[in-house]
Design a protein around this ligand. Structure first.
Ligand code: ZN
Length: 206
């Protein structure tokens, strides 16, 4: 059963084709608010505006969790948790595919990550944290702290795309992803190849 499940997960190339087709992944010359220059730009919500695409991505990610014995054996008494608004459609899709019982999402309020819903100690099932993209891993790490402070064990963690520079695991839980993206960025225009070639730049948000 497990082997069959693994075969049903689309390849990274197929996932990247979906992200390109929906505009969630673009190539060009981009400048971030922190001054970094890159040739690639991810805007994951663009892939999640189409229900069919959102479903394909979430179901694919859910299969990476379902093959884990520690997760499969605890379903449906599992929580799926999003660290931010970008992960909410992923969390709902994964919850649906796994038929997990609970869903929570966190938001930044006054610089602190907290749950939108009122959550008391002991209310959260063993949890899977999912996001659309993991760049630095800070959002995931803060969410892990938040979840642990409420006494819930973390049994899974993942995203559609994980930057290769982000952590590979959280504690003893490995971070699953459909695409591992090796991003090249330049700290300033002096070192940027596209700048040297005179390619027009586009200023973008994270
Ligand atoms: Zn540049």
């Amino acid at each position: 059963m497990a082997a069959q499940g693994v075969q049903l997960i689309p390849s990274s190339e197929e996932i990247m084709r979906i992200l390109k087709r929906t505009g969630a992944f673009r190539e060009g010359h981009f400048v971030y608010p922190n001054g970094k220059h890159t040739a690639h730009y991810f805007q994951m919500p663009l892939a999640f505006r189409y229900y069919d695409t959102a479903r394909v991505l979430a179901v694919a990610l859910s299969r990476k969790f379902r093959v884990e014995r520690d997760i499969a054996s605890q379903l449906p008494k599992v929580s799926v948790i999003s660290p931010s608004s970008g992960g909410i459609p992923v969390a709902f899709g994964v919850r649906d595919a796994l038929n997990a019982e609970q869903i929570y999402w966190a938001e930044q309020e006054s610089g602190q990550r907290m749950f939108r819903q009122y959550v008391n100690q002991g209310e959260i099932n063993p949890c899977i944290i999912v996001d659309d993209i993991i760049r630095s891993g800070h959002a995931i790490e803060e969410t892990v702290e938040l979840v642990r402070s409420l006494g819930a064990p973390i049994i899974g963690c993942g995203a559609i795309v994980r930057f290769a520079s982000a952590p590979k695991q959280i504690g003893d839980v490995s971070i699953k992803s459909l695409v591992e993206f090796d991003e090249q960025s330049y700290d300033s225009s002096e070192s940027c190849v596209a700048c040297k070639q005179g390619v027009p730049e586009e200023h973008v948000r994270f």
